[in-house]
Structures are given as C-alpha cells and as structure tokens.
Design a protein around this ligand. Sequence first.
Ligand SMILES: NC(=O)c1ccc[n+]([C@@H]2O[C@H](COP(=O)([O-])OP(=O)(O)OC[C@H]3O[C@@H](n4cnc5c(N)ncnc54)[C@H](OP(=O)(O)O)[C@@H]3O)[C@@H](O)[C@H]2O)c1
Length: 252
Amino acid sequence: MFSLAGRVALVTGSARGLGLEIARGLAGQGAQVLLNGRNAGAVAEAVASIRAGGDKAEELAFDVTDAQSVEAAFERLDRMAGRLDILVNNVGVRDRRSLFDFALDDMRRMLETNLVAPFELCRKAASRMIDGGRGGRIVNVTSIAGPIANVRDAAYTSAKGGLAALTRALAAELGSYGITVNGVAPGFFATEANAAVAADPAVERMLLRRTSLGRWGQPAEISGAVVFLASDAASYVTGEIIAVDGGYLSHF
Ligand SMILES: NC(=O)c1ccc[n+]([C@@H]2O[C@H](COP(=O)([O-])OP(=O)(O)OC[C@H]3O[C@@H](n4cnc5c(N)ncnc54)[C@H](OP(=O)(O)O)[C@@H]3O)[C@@H](O)[C@H]2O)c1
C-alpha cells in the first residue's frame, strides 16, 4: 500500500531540513526523487546521502521564485525522468517581525516564496500529471501557523493560511483528473532553521506545556505523513491538511 516504486517525485527545498527527510522517506519507498534547493552543491550532497543508502535520487537545483529557472528545471525534469507523479511543495521562508516593521516589499517577497511559487509549481506539475493520464499526488507543506496565529508573524501566517486554502481549491479543481492535493502542517521541528528558537528556554517551556507529546519533532518524523499522502494508501484522501505537530493544535 505504501510502495512508491516506479513513481517520480519532486521535493522542493530538499537540500536540508524537513525537505531532505521527506525526500529520504519517498526514496525509501522506491520513488525516484528529484531534490531541489538554490545551492547546487548542497543539493548534490543531499542526493549523494540518499544514493548511499541504495535509493534513487537526482539533483534538480533551481530557485522556486525565478520563473525562468522553474521553466528550465521542468524541461530538464521532462528529459531526465519523462514523467512526474508526486510534487511536494516544501520550500518556505519565515520572517518574524511586527506589522509595523514589515515593509510591503518584504510581504510581497514572502508571498512570492510561500504562496506564488507553490501555485506555479502545482500548475506545471498538474499539467504533466494530466498529460500522463496516471493521476498524481501533490503535497503542500503548510504550518500550524495558518489555522492558529501568534504575534509578530502576520506575513508567514497569512502566506501559510493561503497555501492551505490553495490546497483545498486545487483538490477541488484537479480531483476529476485523479490528482489528489493535500497538505502537511508541521509543528515545532528541531531543524537548522529553528536553531535560534530552540535555544530559547521560554520556547522550550511553552512546548513542554502546549504539546501533548511534550517535545520537539525530529525532522525524520515529518516523512510518514507525506509518504502516506503520496501512496495508494491515501487514494481517497484529498483536500486535507494533516497536522504533524505532536498534538500542538489539539491541546490547550
Ligand atoms: N521547521 C519547522 O519547525 C517548521 C514548522 C512549520 C512549518 N515548516 C515549514 O516546513 C518547510 C521546511 O522547513 P525547514 O525548517 O526544513 O526549512 P529550511 O531548513 O530552511 O530548509 C529550506 C530548504 O529550502 C531551500 N530553499 C529556500 N528558498 C528556496 C528557493 N527560493 N528555491 C529553492 N529552494 C529554496 C533551502 O536551500 P537553499 O537555501 O540552499 O536554497 C533548503 O533546502 C517550510 O515550508 C517551513 O515553512 C517548518
């Protein structure tokens, strides 16, 4: 039910962090995974680490916000793999600042990376999935910021809330082609991007109190939900966002 043998998957932002673990999880179930990031060297190292475990991975470095690079990357993908079965939109940037410190151009950049880029990648992936006639799977990495909110985080929260809404909208639009569109919403994960937050004792206390499992998520713990959504086990699941948050959203 969970085998992905013969499928081709693109995971954006997979040179490190949650994206790398998602790529590892999909490759572990037999998918050929195309890894992405802006730094080709870092992507190549990530590819090597997956291949070292005997799984299939290729490098597809590009900037998801650069229309020309995206176009060129998909042409390369067509030549390299000839099909696309699974797209995971994982790239996301965070910038915590108050409403009054956040310039309009910063907001536009946030939306470009966290919402406009996934929109365009969904469009490019879905057109290939439709042409291939085999359906497909899209998984968007949202956040617990979106359904809930905190202070000094309006730009990220609204971008991720928008990505969750895009997920539902595309599930509706693409369902008749056999394409499912779902999301995973990570809670607090101990990734490099969170190193500064992780060092803050106040955050640690809050996590122990607010998270049912009483701890940070380990990056590898994100991949099970994505493998499930990409696999035949989730053939009748679409328009859903699965929180992978140790119980944060359900706990008060
Ligand atoms: N970590 C958490 O606790 C947490 C919680 C909730 C949601 N999330 C979401 O989960 C996702 C992954 O988070 P993470 O913590 O693993 O992030 P991360 O450690 O910052 O990794 C981000 C990855 O994306 C790549 N990247 C960044 N901008 C890019 C661009 N414009 N084009 C292509 N690649 C780009 C980075 O490589 P380069 O910089 O080399 O390009 C890197 O491989 C994000 O969407 C984030 O919002 C994370």
